[in-house]
Design a protein. Sequence first.
Length: 308
Amino acid sequence: MSAFPRSLLDFQRQFPDDAACAVYLANQRWPEGFVCPVCSGKRGWALETKPWTTECADCGRQTSVRAGTVMHRSKLPLTVWFWTAYLMATHSNGISATQVRSQLGLGSYKTAWLLCAKLRSAMVAPDRTPLSGLVEVDETTIPFRTHDDPPSGGQGRSHQGKMLVAGAVEVTNGGPGRIRLRAISDFSGETLKGVVAETVAPGSTIKTDGWAGYAASDDVAHDPHVIGPMAAHIVLPWVHRVFSNLKTWALGVYHGLRRKHLQAYLDEFVFRFNRRRTRHAAFRSLLGIVTTKGPITYDMLIAPEAKG
């Protein structure tokens, strides 16, 4: 089997049924053989009465290939998980829950949404490294989608009717490398300092539009360029191109983003952008995170909604 499928036909050949998907997941979780999550025992046998479940020879714990992963206790076939992961990871614009429901024949929108949301939660690698070198940093605003919120607001850095987003782009060889996007509550120095500390490695140089909030950033050099509102895209071309692509994607795929779960959708955009040159390998990357990240429940996913 090749490392990852490069076409829909290749995908179908590699993962024709749940059994093939289970073998792939087991190899992802235990590349050197089964390891019991309870006692770390390495001896076990497959159970004939429970599909894709191994019983530890030392402690007797039975572990499904899904157990302890993002797919924990899911009733959906593994092929549905794999197809959705492949479509979300490899399509240049991703795929909405409505499209997933239609194309995979799922019973309800809620099922499709939960499936996509769980995969989206696995689009941030826990060991990813911060941006380094020369990094463009700026902020933008995105109008609300909800009917209750105004569709647009004031000018400049006004918060009225807007969602606020900070972005950073690693500039390599005169072009954009990796990116980060972060939902923020305001444009204060404290907030922007936190964004820079989280996304940019110490010793790097951040290039900004001269907004005073960036002056408080520690451990990085600051290269401010005080500019007029019409010239920002000239001085900071790559981060503004990312913002433009983000807004086009949000409108095209989701018909606008909602305030709730904004960060999750930003993470999805970042995941695909950072793998744009190895798009099909992104499928392998996503499944790798799925198997190492802990279970994600519906209550965990809707928690941000309760906070407003």
